[in-house]
Design a protein around this ligand. Structure first.
Ligand code: SF4
Ligand code: SF4
Length: 650
């Protein structure tokens, strides 16, 4: 039924619109149209008082269509749909005209032109609302189950919060042990706790929860379906050790293994066996065999009967309502020769330095490469803020200034005779972490600072390593420090997640981290409904920030899934079976697998799977028989919108 009584509201948006668009003229141009019952301007349409007025107008006048001409629908489409709903008008009989981003802001140099354009946009909206239909949201059942990918501290936090909200969780970790990078850390800043202790606390809590199932050595390899009803396949890689094995015989097995390789957990500072765990209290408390290095010599089998080389990988199908990616980060690996890395002895990275302190903290002297360490030079922003490198990382990694200063304080605490020299580009120990900068300065650490165009130079002079800087803090004096150890304060880079990205199709930002829909308005949601991101998979974050975003992703997912059903937008494609001849072109065009083939009066036709359809409209133009329409954007509505846009004032 055509809408006969339409209310039109044209917003000043303070002066954001009215400074560049003559809103009175816009109102006067449409107020006498036959189907317009009332047209008015308003200072702030989104203000509570204005919303109340619109509600009252709809109710008092029995309006059957609403147009609000204001800012972007991204900001306030939902606001005014809610206004319509509260007033008893179907929310889909409301059309939003964007006269700010698309008009006043875009044409601020041409008030006459902007006003003409605004008039046409409003006329288009009026014509479209005239053709609009009252629609009801679609409700589908949804699994109250989430898959959380990554069992670092962030993934475990997410799993615990979901579990507390009565949502079942599959916690899926690619490594054979939980805890991610934080398990490698000693004492953490802003707490006396160590990384291992934090991991242990979270793991113990996870194990207590009946509704969390943890898979380690597990990777998601396929995903289908859509929000509320995803099907994922998880590959569980074999550990080659049975769970029933006793700690004693496993320790013997590790002892007799003849293979030794560099230990990645300690960044190559020591060696480990082919059968290994990273540290004694590691979880799950069962070692694993690294098949890339195991020679299958059988020595371990002789002392431990629970080792089983016949174990095979398993593929597990899981049904989940949503997915949270919390896959963490990698540390930047400097290039050969970058500040002497991999060329000059005793140039190491921050993660290596952190492990070195951990491994040596109980010793009398601080030693690296058999050299007693007295002077340490720290070079900041390695792999971050690389404005001078074409494909460099432009972002600040945020956590590394604080982390490094904290390590320098720890190093001085354990080995009081050392001297710390910080070669910075401006320290960023923001927020609660600023106290560490203060503490380090008070303990006598020296801070020097350069710009990007004068980065510090590291040189080997015989037995000595020197670091030189043009120091901005002393009016560009050239300073040189003899040092025994150079620590490159490396930042965060995205994890190598290519397979996972292919499975989940989550877009990456220019920096290679997962991209949220909107940093401020929808910070943990992705463009794939039901797939959320959290922690350092999204951007460099410290532990506190990782925990906050992990809880926030859990809250966002719980809000959607906790009822066990989902309301979907009714703007879906629909096929007219009489016009369809099943040419299959729509299936190829649809990015969401929303078409299936069915039988209709003796012929095969396309049918839209409502839960999968996102109303993107990709299938419409490819259909050769025009058999597909989009509810909410029907041909009638779009054509009348265009008529309105083309309509000129007499
Ligand atoms: S954190 Fe500090 S060292 Fe790192 S990128 Fe930012 S400013 Fe740098
Ligand atoms: S493109 Fe059109 S005709 Fe072809 S199968 Fe899809 S709906 Fe049917």
């Amino acid at each position: 039924m055509k809408k006969k009584k339409i209310g039109v509201y044209i917003c000043h948006c303070g002066g954001n619109i009215s400074d560049y668009v003559d809103v009175e003229k816009v109102k006067n141009s449409v107020k006498d149209e036959e189907i317009v019952f009332l047209a008015t301007t308003t200072m702030f349409a989104c203000a509570d008082s204005a919303q109340k007025e619109i509600e009252n107008d709809i109710r008092d006048n029995n309006l059957d269509g609403l147009v609000v001409a204001s800012c972007s629908p991204k900001l306030h489409l939902i606001t005014f749909r809610a206004v319509a709903d509260r007033a008893g008008l179907n929310p889909y009989n409301y059309v939003h005209a964007n006269i700010r981003e698309q008009c006043s802001w875009a044409h601020s140099d041409d008030k006459t032109g902007a006003t003409e354009k605004a008039i046409q946009l409003v006329k288009g909206a009026i014509k479209r609302v005239y053709e609009s239909e009252a629609l009801e949201q679609i409700t589908i059942p949804a699994e109250k189950v989430m898959a959380v990918i990554g069992a670092g501290i962030g993934g475990m936090r997410t799993a615990l919060d979901l579990s507390s909200n009565d949502i079942e969780v599959y916690l899926i970790e690619r490594e054979f042990f939980v805890g991610g990078r934080v398990a490698q850390l000693g004492e953490l800043y802003n707490t006396e706790e160590t990384g291992k202790e934090l991991v242990t606390r979270l793991y113990n809590e996870v194990k207590k929860r009946k509704n969390i199932t943890l898979f380690t050595g597990a990777e998601a390899i396929e995903k289908s379906g859509s929000i509320g009803n995803f099907e994922i396949k998880v590959r569980i890689n074999p550990r080659y050790i049975k769970e029933t094995c006793s700690t004693e015989s496993l320790e013997k097995a590790i002892e007799v293994c003849p293979v030794e390789v560099l230990d990645e957990f300690n960044y190559g500072l020591n060696k480990r066996k082919a059968i290994y765990k990273n540290y004694d209290s590691e979880y799950p408390q069962l070692p694993t065999i690294d098949m890339d290095n195991c020679t299958k010599c059988g020595e371990c089998e002789k002392v431990c009967s629970e080792i089983d080389f016949s174990m095979k990988e398993e593929i597990l199908p899981l049904k989940v309502g949503g997915i949270i990616l919390n896959t963490g980060f990698n540390s930047y690996e400097p290039k050969k020769g970058e500040f002497g890395y991999d060329e000059i002895e005793n140039v190491i990275t921050l993660p290596q330095f952190s492990r070195l302190i951990e491994l040596q903290k109980d010793n009398k002297n601080f030693v690296y490469n058999k050299k007693k360490i007295k002077n340490i030079a720290y070079i900041y922003c390695v792999g971050s803020r690389q404005a001078n490198i074409p494909d460099g990382n432009k972002y600040c990694s945020r956590y590394c200034c604080t982390s490094n200063i904290h390590k320098a304080i720890l190093a001085k605490k354990y080995f009081p005779e050392i001297n710390n020299f910080h070669f910075t580009r401006g320290i960023r120990t923001y927020g609660k972490q600023e106290v560490f900068y203060d503490e380090s300065s008070k303990q006598g650490d020296i801070y020097l600072q350069s710009y990007i165009d004068h980065l510090p130079e590291v040189k080997q002079n015989g037995n000595r390593i020197t670091v030189k800087i043009i120091d901005y803090l002393t009016s560009n004096k050239e300073m040189e420090v003899d040092t025994d150890l150079v620590v490159l304060v490396t930042g965060m880079v995205p994890r190598e997640n290519k397979d996972l990205v292919n499975v989940f199709k989550v877009p990456l930002g220019r920096d290679g981290f997962f991209n949220e829909i909107h940093m401020k308005l929808r910070p943990v949601e992705t463009v794939i409904d039901g797939v959320y991101i959290a922690g350092a998979s999204q951007a460099p974050k410290n532990i506190m920030e990782t925990m906050s975003s992990s809880s926030s992703a859990a809250a966002a997912a719980s809000a959607v899934l906790s009822k066990g059903e989902l309301s979907l937008e009714p703007t879906l494609a629909v096929v007219d079976p009489d016009a369809c001849n099943w040419c299959d072109k729509c299936t190829e065009a649809c990015p969401f697998n929303a078409f299936t083939k069915v039988e209709h009066q003796g012929k095969q036709v396309a049918l839209v799977i409502e839960a999968n359809c996102k109303g993107c409209g990709m299938c419409l133009p490819v259909c050769p028989t025009n058999a597909i329409d989009l509810i909410g954007y029907t041909d009638n509505e779009v054509e009348s919108l265009i008529d309105g846009l083309m309509q000129q004032d007499k």
